[in-house]
Design a protein around this ligand. Structure first.
Ligand code: FDA
Length: 307
């Protein structure tokens, strides 16, 4: 991995630096570009706007690595309030939620995370929408896949995420390319050691295409999360080769990243879902977005220099 990217990703877990960055005047504009706002109401307003533009949405309440059961419970309650509000606004056909298990207690106890995710899935079922479990760093992969498998026994529509940069992912993809299985394929956003992950971008791209072939060749529902123009072209070709029509798979992109491309694909009849984060704890999320885009780094380096 590029050393600058590793340095920036290491900063994602640094709380003091987070406070310093949050205090910079330049920060607000960058946060607004990538984050819907801090409240449930902000999130629903932003989601409704995207739906009006013909897009689908997955909403993420920001927060990760919770060390307290009470905080995990607060996160669950926020998701329940969000789902309730989506019902009121009639948005459930196009808006689902994404959940990080570490935000609902995975680091404390896997069973707690399962129970908390269960509460969110039960509420989503009432609303007639779906839930996708985000994937975090490789130390959580087995646990997250176990929780996914448990939830899918009751709700086969619960989605999971696979990261192409992990060397294990082709094998995981083969196991998950089954009927009703909703799998988001992304490159992967964490700083991972070379024993478990490809470090070279080209190798990651090749792995992404291999995994996409496995998902497209199976009987599940692949969700391709990437902004990479080359991959998007290849994915369209591979989908056609496998006889998948638009709607038999979807593209996913982050809020604020390549919005014109999101709308272009939707206008062509593709299903495009925007990952829309909201909440007060935007720092770790923002740092991962900056690590992907060196052009956005100037403000971040100023924060480092001022420490
Ligand atoms: P890449 O980073 O190579 O970017 C390709 C091109 O896209 C760039 O050249 C640029 O044009 C544009 N671009 C990409 N990022 C940009 C940015 N931040 N700002 C501006 N332009 C940008 N990861 C993870 O580990 N677990 C998860 O659960 C998820 N979930 C998830 C959901 C969705 C919907 C998306 C789109 C992504 C994720 N990710 C994720 C993040 C993912 O792993 C990856 O880090 C980013 O998507 C960036 O990778 P790309 O595939 O876009 O390629």
């Amino acid at each position: 991995m590029n050393p600058l990217r590793s340095l920036i990703l290491a900063a994602a877990g640094n709380e003091a630096l987070g406070r310093a960055v949050a205090a910079l005047p330049a920060t607000r504009g960058i946060v607004d570009r990538f984050v819907a706002g801090e409240t449930v109401a902000d999130a629903v307003t932003a989601a409704a706007r995207l739906v009006d533009d013909g897009l689908f949405v997955t909403l993420d309440y920001l927060g990760e690595n919770t060390g307290q059961a009470a905080q995990a419970d607060h996160t669950v309650r926020t998701y329940l309030a969000l789902l309730d509000r989506l019902r009121g606004e009639g948005l459930s056909a196009r808006v689902e939620v994404s959940v990080k298990l570490s935000a609902v207690g995975q680091l404390l106890d896997e069973k707690l995370a399962l129970d908390n995710a269960w509460r969110i899935c039960a509420a989503a079922e009432q609303l007639g929408t779906t839930v996708t479990l985000d994937m975090e760093d490789h130390r959580t992969t087995d646990s997250t896949l176990r929780v996914l498998s448990e939830l899918r026994r009751t709700w086969p529509w619960v989605g999971g995420v696979l990261q192409a940069y992990l060397k294990r992912t082709e094998s995981d993809a083969a196991g998950l390319a089954v009927a009703d299985s909703r799998i988001r394929l992304c490159k992967g956003a964490y700083a991972e050691p070379p024993e478990v992950a490809y470090a070279d971008g080209h190798e990651v791209d090749l792995a992404y295409v291999r995994c996409a072939n496995i998902l497209l060749g199976g009987s599940g529902y692949p969700m391709f999360a990437t902004h990479d123009p080359r991959l998007i072209t290849i994915l369209g070709e591979r989908a056609r080769w496998y006889g998948r029509k638009p709607g038999g798979y979807e593209y996913q992109m982050l809020y604020g990243v390549r919005p014109d491309e999101q709308r272009r694909l939707a206008a062509e009849g593709e299903t495009v879902r925007v990952y829309l984060p909201f909440g007060e704890q935007w720092y770790g999320y923002l740092v991962r977005r900056l690590a992907e885009r060196p052009a956005n780094l100037a403000f971040f380096l100023r924060a480092l220099a001022s420490r």
